[in-house]
Each structure stands twice: as structure tokens, then as C-alpha cells.
Design a protein around this ligand. Sequence first.
Ligand SMILES: Cc1cc2nc3c(=O)[nH]c(=O)nc-3n(C[C@H](O)[C@H](O)[C@H](O)COP(=O)(O)O)c2cc1C
Length: 469
Amino acid sequence: MPHERFRFKDRAALEQKITDLGLDIPFSDDISILFSHVVLARRVLPNRFAVLPMEGADADPAGRPTELTLRRYKRYSEGGASLIWFEATAVTADGRSNPRQLWINTETRDGFRKLAKETRLAAHRKFGSDHNLLLVLQLTHSGRVAKPEGRPVPVIAQHNPLLDAKQGLSPEHPVISDSALDALQDDFVSAARLAHEAGFDGVDIKACHGYLVSELLAAFTRPDSRYGGSFENRTRFLAETSERIKLAVRGIFVTSRLSVYDALPYPYGFGVDREHPENPDLGEPVRLIKKLRNIDFPVLGLSLGIPAFQSHYGRPYDKPLIGQELPDEHPLVGVSRWLRLTSEIQKAFPTLPVVGAGYSWLRQFFPHVAAAMVERERVSLIGLGRGSIAYPGWVNALAADGILDQRKVCVCCSKCSQMLRAGQPVGCAVHDADTYQVQYRKARKRAKEVRRIEKKTARSARKRSRRKA
Ligand SMILES: Cc1cc2nc3c(=O)[nH]c(=O)nc-3n(C[C@H](O)[C@H](O)[C@H](O)COP(=O)(O)O)c2cc1C
């Protein structure tokens, strides 16, 4: 099923393609269920929509939100979603993915307080003060993709030949010690306390996309460690840290955005069939969620794939990042994988509100799929990522008109991902061009420079090996 760009004129053409591909992507004509209430963390939320966490790379050097950060979140909350899941926010300096990543600490806490307050106020001004809006802050350590000063300083949980080769890491590169992980647990607890003081309702210990906590879940080969090998050990960091936050920080709930399928072969991926890595195996993810459920998680965010390695699993797209090949997979296959895995997790935990994702590629037709998913109890909340960057007012548009403006939807061009990769402020270079076109140009220039350097390095390596031969 080769890759294909989105060229469907109407819903019938899209549905026909889905049938031709033999995929299970349900549609519903009636989308009113998306505006039904849902109870989450003892609050009644007015609709089923969530803005997914998306790094904006627009903090100041200390990690404080800037005016650009405030602008993004005000647009989201005015947009009408009932859950805003704030982006990956570092808990330590060495865990920052770039020098502009948000970083919560005692110096920056008041900046986060302003961010939470203004985000809430923007929604209350627009929808009234009884509009229930839930704010979750995602806490993270970027692990092997950490670039605190702009250069890679990878912190790895275990060696992984596939990712090590891609990053040029030698077998001698140190693996983070157990004692450093113990200390990092303290950092997550402190960050959760600061998030509570800043006014967030919940914190998410980010366990997806191959970042440090996610890599630990798959640390099958981590030697002689309390954090590696067995299921208990690999899930220890997430479970213990969640439990500690629950006990130490009253008044904030704890949750996680969890990758249930890393799409990396055993023994390097979580949620992967050991014989056939192209197939998910949800046995361990389900076991882990049971454990987290006992810690009272009131909601669970799902994700999949490792974007730094293969971004199409988590974000089906039309155009790849500069220098990357198109995947040999139709984006609809990616969408249906998202829906299938979400359904399986929601079915296994019918009373746990699950936030799904992967809808943006469906453009203006996604609400019909989302409604069918909620109707069939395959998911509780619909998260939109790139679609929210492109069209922050999409919930209001749906509420008012019942349809989305096809001129405003995300075109899955990967420009926002390209900006993030370059550490440039992230936004929509297509629909918010006055603010972000210039950032995209810088990101594109940077990507081209990196490609030139990579090609030159590869040429020199080839020459060296020819000379040796
Ligand atoms: C620019 C960008 C930044 C992202 N940052 C985060 C992040 O901070 N945390 C996270 O869990 N996922 C992050 N994601 C993934 C999205 O939350 C989402 O899972 C993904 O884009 C798929 O949903 P979509 O098809 O609606 O875009 C990011 C995605 C993009 C494009």
C-alpha cells in the first residue's frame, strides 16, 4: 500500500479508498456525541476534545514561557477544547530537547503560573466562568535526544544499535546510572509540586516517543539495574514516580502519555511482538496501565512510534521532513493503526478516559471518524495535534457550523515538525504565515546545512574505508 498524498475531494472518495485498502476506519454522520459531557478527574468537561501536547520551542533561555507561548495557548483555549495537554516541559536542565524548551523550576514557576492563568482566563472570557477547562502539564526528560545547549548531549537508558547508529553513539557512550535515575525521580516530584503551585490540574510523566522514561520501558538489555530487564524493573521509574507524586503533591492528579507501540524490534521497543516487530503486542502496555490505574490515573494519553526514528507511525503525513524518504505505507494505514490500538486499550479499560490521537491527516473529515469512535466506545476523548496548530478554532467552528473549513485544516506538510527539529519556534507556516513563515525559513536553511554536513561526513567515511581497503 504505497504512500499517497491526501487528494480526496469529498468524504465518499475517502471512504472508498478506505474500503479499497480494506481498513477499519468508521464514520458517523452525526457528530453531536462529540459535544457530550465527559467526567474526568471529578470534573464535568463540556466536550470530547483535547489539544495534544506539542512542543513550541519558544521559551526564554531560562525555560520561561514567552509571549509566543502565551499566544499559542490562548488560541487553543479560546478554540473551545475542554482539555489542554501542555507540551513537553523539562524537569532538569540536561533534559531539555533544545535551549528553547520550557523548563519548570523555582525561577520559572511564576511564568508557568501566568501561562496557566491566562490560558484559563481566555476560555472563561469567551465561554463564561462555568466553562470547565482541564490543564495538564507534560513533564519530561528528553533522554537520547537532549540538546540543552543546541548540541546533542544524549542521556541513554540502554544502548540500542538502531538509534545509536543513527546518532553516531559509540558503544562506550555511558548509560545513565540507577542513582541518577533515583535523583531524577526527585526532580519529577519537585516539578509536579511547582506545576501544582502554578495552577495546573494534572501532570503527565511523559512516557512516549523514545524519550528517557519511554526508553526505560523498553530497557530489556540494561545491565544489572533496578530499572532494566524485567517488566517490574522497566516500569519502575514511571510507576514509582507517579506514586510519589500522588502521595507528595495533594491537589494535582498524575497521568502519563504512554507509547503503547514503539515500532522498534525486540529487545529495543515496548509493546512490540517479539518475533514480528511490525506487529504491536499490547500485553505489557495493558499490564502497565493496570498498575497505573491502581495509582488512580484519572485519564490516559496514548501515543505510538519514535518520531526521531520513524515519524510516520505517530504522525501520518503527506510530506516528510527535509532529507527523509517517504515511508512505504499509506497514511490511512497509519491512521487505522492509531484507531485500532486506541480501541484495544479503551476496550480493556472501559471506565478509564483514554485520549486518542492520529486524526489530523483526515483533514476536515476527521470529526466523522472521531464521532464514530466515541459512539462505539473505542475512545473517550479526541486529541488533535497538528490540526490544532493549523486551526486552533476548530472546536468552535464545529460547534457553530457542524463542519470544518477545508481551507484552514492541517495539510500535514511536516513544516511544524521541521521547525521543532531545528529548535525554532513552532507554529503553522501555512495558515499562520505572518508569524511563522520566517521561522520555517530558518528551519529549512538549518536542515539543508545539516544535510550538507551529513553528506560530507559520509563521503569522507567512504573515502577512508576505500583507502584502508
Ligand atoms: C511540532 C510537534 C511537536 C510535538 N510535541 C509533542 C510533545 O511535546 N509531547 C507529546 O507527547 N507529543 C508531541 N507531539 C506529537 C503530537 O502530540 C501528536 O501525537 C501527533 O502530532 C499526532 O497527532 P496529529 O495527527 O493530530 O498531529 C508533537 C507533534 C508535533 C507535530
